[in-house]
Design a protein around this ligand. Sequence first.
Ligand SMILES: [Zn+2]
Ligand SMILES: [Zn+2]
Length: 293
Amino acid sequence: MVDLHTHSTASDGTWSPGRIVEEAVRLGLRAVGLTDHDSVDGNAELVETGRTLGLPVVPGVEISTRWNGVTFHLLGYGIDPRIPAVKAAFDRLARSREARAPRMLARLQDLGVPITLEEVRAEAGTALVGRPHVARVLVRKGVVRDVQEAFDRLLGRGRPAYVDKDRLDPAEACQTIRRAGGVAVLAHPGLIEEDDPALLRPLLDHLVELGLEGVEAFYSRHTREQQERYRSLAVQRNLLVTGGSDFHEPGSGGPALGTGYGSLEVPDACFEALARLLKERRPELGPVLNPGL
Ligand SMILES: [Zn+2]
Ligand SMILES: [Zn+2]
């Protein structure tokens, strides 16, 4: 069993990348991937800890993009962030994320909820400031009961303190991943179908033209029926099948590392096929994907 979709303190998770690797070893996972939102900053620590503990790891990223009015996520596995065009794209996303926080706080101020950027920065620590950090400050100050309520009432899309962020369009996102030697995978198609059931197939075909190479069929919130359907959509198009939990923090009611909501079981074969493709494309990732050899 493997988990190829996790978030660390480099975006909005609570565990460091190293801790995620340690826990993956403890759980007996055969491999773990890190896919922080719009950030590759955690990948060095992931790779380092994987090497130390002898666990195969997959450095990655999760990029938010939009097509025909629906927001969806692309996973980029094995990308090399040193490539200038890639670095520029992530820097742009980081700047836009930083600019978003003060605008959110101004809206909260108008709503009579004064919290400061310093408080949010303190909450974020070394991570890029994002909505989850604002949400946690709101919980701490007793404005809302929990993070979910913060999103439902104030910070979620369409709510009064919501501020949209800059996104790469799907072509830019796929291109950025491919230019960096990476593999682009469509994340959690089930969430796209929740937004617009008719969109998935045309989106998938559009993305394949742009260089998509995989579909995340195994996912915490997918039913068994969805899992099978997405798997065959991928196989029909000659795409890789991947999977992961979308783990962010333990004990929060969200998905757990490896097992999601209890029944997730991503087969080792998902990792193995991805690793084969990545090793062909970026041979230097060999020791990261096979630290035992
Ligand atoms: Zn996502
Ligand atoms: Zn995610």
